[in-house]
Design a protein around this ligand. Sequence first.
Ligand code: ZN
Length: 220
Amino acid sequence: MPLSLSKASQFVKIVSLLKPLLSWYQPSYVCGPPTSLPLKFHDFLRLALDLNDKEIKQAWSDLGNDAWAQEMPAVEELSARTKYMAVFLQHGLSRDIGVFSLEPLSRTCIDSACAQQLCADPSQLRDKELVEPLTVKITVYTKEFGSVPRFSTSRYCRHCHTRYHPNYYVHSDATLQTYYRDNLRYLQISGHCYVDINLCELFSIMMVTSCVPPPHQITL
Ligand SMILES: [Zn+2]
């Protein structure tokens, strides 16, 4: 039996939130959804939506492509994360599924020297996939939700022996961490703590405005 409209809508919304995590379960050059849900995501959705195994499998078969194709605007995504925060905390944390999960910015090694020739067409190169994920529990401080428990995952390039973290990458033998220049959403402030850049900006504005003298002290 197909899901009710309400359950189907919830399924699509939650899968959209899970898409960044689910994407790591297939090669970077595959754009569509996985053919079946990894077990921990299957269990998470089953508990989150109070459905049985058969209903989740059927929902993934019927709605997986549509859910995968959905691009939520930032405001809608924030609304969905707020709505399903309790569900992620209750059923996700024990399965390493966070409200947000921090991953390397790239799914492949950024060193072009690591790219490999395709067997079918040696004139074409394919970037080296990152593997060997290491996941740790972290706390992220956000403007919208306060402190939230989440997960941070680093991944490894077996060709150049570089491990990519959410904020930086480092070679196995190196003592220096190289930080990404762009697209950082969370800043690592200690081993297991990150701060949302929106919160950093809020603190910056508050510090600047607190230094402005009151109007009666301004000399024109
Ligand atoms: Zn590499």
